[in-house]
Design a protein around this ligand. Structure first.
Ligand code: DX5
Ligand code: ZN
Length: 225
């Protein structure tokens, strides 16, 4: 198993002082910036786009923080935004297969920009979308809440789905991250890791606390158990 990555979802950060808040969470020991893009079409919420990603990347670079940015696209259509996010500094770009007319083409487009590519599965989306694209994936993201909002509760059925996804990754022989997003907290992260996840998005659990380092340290302690 590869090292665990903790990816704070900046959806729960303070948008009025986004650069400083994200810098603070990275300084507190997080590994990856999880950047949630919602379009009020594929999901019933509206967030931030490539301009904010670019400004945030510039801010982090200026502070000497070399954080990978994990762009989670909850948008339809998908392809038009891929190049813009790649140029705005994205490291990972993931999208929901139902939102793309041509899944293989969207994955190839992400890779053509040198970014890491991934598919995102809603709680009730079957894993069969993986069938013919494992060789093009760097990450598989399982949603453990319905996408659109932070602060929801982890859907327990996702644990079994994680085990299935982990088995598929291991059987494939490819080096693919298994990311989990939604309702991840200190008190369930160990169980989620045991089910196979190795990349953990957490928004409200981290940003609701005054001491980001304390929460991230607690999560790492749980992961080390
Ligand atoms: C939901 C987003 C998540 C969300 C997670 O659609 O994709 O990244 O911000 O927030 P928490 O950790 O609060 O469930
Ligand atoms: Zn997300």
């Amino acid at each position: 198993m590869s090292e665990f990555l903790i990816a704070p979802s900046i959806l729960s950060a303070d948008f009025a002082r986004l650069g400083d808040d994200v810098a603070a969470v990275m300084d507190a020991g997080a590994d990856v910036v999880h950047f949630d893009v919602m379009d009020n079409h594929y999901v019933p919420n509206l967030t931030i786009g490539p301009m904010v990603c670019k400004a945030l990347k510039k801010h982090l670079d200026a502070r000497g923080i070399a954080a990978p940015i994990d762009v989670h696209l909850m948008v339809s259509p998908v392809d038009r935004l891929i190049g813009e996010f790649a140029e705005a500094g994205a490291t990972y770009i993931t999208f929901h297969p139902e939102a793309s007319d041509h899944i293989d083409r969207s994955l190839q487009l992400i890779k053509s920009y040198g970014c890491k590519a991934g598919l995102v599965f809603n709680p009730a989306t079957p894993l069969h979308y993986l069938d013919y694209v494992m060789d093009k994936l760097d990450v598989i993201l399982l949603m453990s809440v319905n996408p659109g909002f932070g602060g929801q509760s982890f859907i327990p059925a996702t644990l079994d789905k994680l085990r299935q996804a982990r088995a598929r990754i291991d059987a494939s022989g490819y080096d693919i991250r298994l990311e989990i997003d939604g309702g991840v907290k200190v008190d369930n992260i160990a169980e989620i890791a045991a089910a196979g996840a190795d990349m953990f998005v957490a928004g409200s659990a981290i940003f609701s606390q005054p001491d980001y380092k304390a929460v991230i340290d607690q999560m790492r302690a749980e992961l080390a158990r």
